[in-house]
Design a protein around this ligand. Structure first.
Ligand SMILES: [Zn+2]
Length: 89
């Protein structure tokens, strides 16, 4: 993954991903009606990406979206870990 600080004006969106299922809610992605800024990227759907992590505003910035995905995933992993500990019979 290259992050280019070369002063581009327009954000460059990655190519459209192949269909996938969100790892958090299992929904089919991506939705066809999404505009490019809201296009869904594996492994999370837009909803889980934007709302799965409690902190931070909604964003369409690709770099911030990546941060939100990582944040949401780490929340999910933490929750799953605690669930395992709590649910231990
Ligand atoms: Zn989802």
């Amino acid at each position: 993954m290259g992050s280019d600080a070369g002063g581009g004006v327009m954000p460059i969106y990655p190519p459209e991903p192949d269909p996938f299922n969100c790892v958090m809610c299992g929904r089919d992605c991506p939705k066809k009606w999404h505009d490019p800024a809201r296009r869904e990227y594996p492994p999370l759907c837009w909803n889980c990406e934007q709302y799965g992590w409690r902190q931070g505003p909604l964003t369409q910035n690709p770099d911030q979206r990546l941060i939100k995905q990582i944040g949401a995933l780490s929340e999910a992993i933490t929750g799953a870990a605690w669930g395992k500990i709590d649910g231990r019979a």
